[in-house]
Design a protein around this ligand. Sequence first.
Ligand SMILES: [Zn+2]
Length: 428
Amino acid sequence: MRKLYKRKRIDKQKGLKIILLFLVFSVSFILIDYEKPKPSKSPSLKQTKNKETRKPVYEYGIQLDSFDVFKKNVENGENISSIWANYNMFFLKDEILKRSKNIFDFEKKLKAANNYTVLSKSDTGRYFIYEKDKLNYIVVDVNNKDSIIVYEGKREVITKHMLSQGIINSSLSEACSEQNISQKLSQELSEIYAWTIDFFKIQKGDRFKVYYENNYIDSCGKLKYIGVGKIWAVEFIHKNQPFYAFYYEQNRNRGEYFDENGMTLRKAFLKAPLNYYRISSRYSKNRKHPVTGQWKGHFGTDYAAPAGTPIMTTANGTIEIASYTKYNGYYVKVKHNSTYSTQYLHMQKIKSDIKKGVYVKQGDIIGYVGSTGLATGPHVCYRFWKNGVQVDPYQQNLPPGDPIDEENRIGFLKYKDKLLEKLTENQM
Ligand SMILES: [Zn+2]
């Protein structure tokens, strides 16, 4: 500790040099990572790290070296008074609460299991940092108890590009866990290929390679994994045929996946009007109604989800009805073309700008899950009309979505070649 105190006396210029050096090192660290997806095994990088062990450690924008650092989680039943009492801050409670009034309500919003950090120096010098989530935090600076400062901060996300691959023995999700690939990635892969590959029918020996991002934050000078970022490119070999997916943003920052020829992997219709759901009842010509008890056809698919979950139109089209009836509750009907229409029932509410005649694009939010009308719990009843008859969308051979715009084709093909290289380099 004595050594660390000394460092504080280094004059400002030297301090600045150290910061610059630190920045140069961090930049080169990120570049090295970009080039080599498995940096932890690279000996040259380890050496760089050893040389760096004395560099100042920053977290939350504060240099940690001269503080005692306590990292804890809020325990069940703990409140801000008991936490601050443990760190000799309780006597400042009223003042801190006053200062944080418009920033964060420590008395009501503290969540069990969230992290907090106390940095302490001598009797009075303190920082209290509460992490609202993985990225956002609140700093209470009580180093000068006569002028307590409370502010919000956000961690920087550090992105690393990764190349991972797996071979399927039984399921995609198992293949991912064997390779220590996040389950989130497995879930996203199955969404990317929702229309292309039936994951219930994948075969032993099917394999994939995926080029994607992992996100990290810097915690006490160490990288801490926080989740999967964007998936840029995938090669999925199914029954010995390659199926490619390349992420490309054509316009309005609205990216989607195309194959190697610029055909979208998406159909003209989404698989479901919700992102996360459970199918609670499928289309059937005969079922017992959960409310009336009558046997009757159920010509929709019910997707159960928490009330308030956004509902999306599954295809481009024009709003034909946005209304309320006793049985349907709040509902919307979208006309896609002369053949297809879709209908969404039992909404908690219709989105305010969704009115008859409004044009909507696939994935636009049109309302929110509820249980208005004849419904037992929050769900959307999704009805799929073809030539005026309600049919089961899962039994239809649906039209494909639009291919890449002609003016973007050449750009896309070049871009795709680069991603293809990323998928084939570092062959294992
Ligand atoms: Zn239904």
